[in-house]
Design a protein around this ligand. Sequence first.
Ligand code: CA
Ligand code: CA
Ligand code: CA
Ligand code: CA
Length: 372
Amino acid sequence: MRMRDRSRVVSLVALAALACLVIVGVAFSVRELVEPPPTATARQTTDSPTPLVESASFAGSGDIADDNAIWTDRKNPSNSVVIADNKGDSGGGIGVFGMDGKLLQFRADGMIGNVDLREGFPLAGGPTVLVGANNRSNNTLALWTLDTKTRTLSPAAAYDIETFAPNYGFCMYHSRDSGRFYAFVTPDGPGEIQQFELVDNGAGQVRATLVRTLPIDSVTESCVADDDLGHLYVGEEEVGIWKYGAEPDTGADRVPVDQAGAGRLVADIEGLSIAYGADGSGYLFVSSQGDSTIAIYDRAGNNAFVKKVTVVANGDIDAVTGTDGLDVTSFNVGPQFEDGLLVVHDDDNSGGSTSNMKYVPLASVVEITAPK
Ligand code: CA
Ligand code: CA
Ligand code: CA
Ligand code: CA
């Protein structure tokens, strides 16, 4: 090949290579325009989400874990905790677990039932994180404060706060209208749901005043209040979910949200929780124990059914069955859970001697934007 021809070929090859680069570059930028790269907030949702963490087991044997409540540390998300109960006949109590699933503290405080918490409870002149539960050992309302630095619980009830006996479940409500704090306790059989107002007794401990009772026909365990919308949801285990007003002056009027056996819920109806989204959006999560699924409803309006999900295995972390208690938050609770967390009970933890809890990224379950 002559020198001139050779340089022409070299130029043509260079031109062709440049053209290829331009085409590939344009193709990439077009694809970027059409399909934005996945981000943490755009994680795909699925009906078969997987856990990324599982909790340590309580000491003992059998299905002794039940309900939980997530405390989110807004300043230091990875410092958040999951507070969960051991309902065992012996050795029962309450435990604090880290976001890595490790047990940080255990208090042998009796057969603890359902757990809930509220921030900003005024106690001894300052805001505290108040944690509550029903204690089935002595049919009382159990209360603790959470030290957010040491991540440990200390008892906070001023005296044995007696409830309907036998009690079974529990939840809390912080009224946006009045600023008051309330506890609801549910009965293990036909009886009444009790609503107590919780206040500082003047000496840095909590006293409770019964402010309303709601008759109910059968075993009722879980409940959850929507603080912003003023609703109380109650799970009558073998019957369905009821929606009441959460304020003590709203009487016993109620509407059914869904029924067990109607296609979405299989008894027992267990844990209830609300994923708060911006501007009144979000979801009501319901544990459908009979088919080991979680049914999800709109939080707003008439609570339209959204979907059911099943938490499946992920490597060494086994699948969830016999779903009992659950809790959910839309806030950042640290690495892996920047867009929220669902914590659900698993009755049969492979390799463990007791039931435990699985931690599932909320962004893999529903699309949601946390409130400001
Ligand atoms: Ca709970
Ligand atoms: Ca139950
Ligand atoms: Ca339960
Ligand atoms: Ca399992």
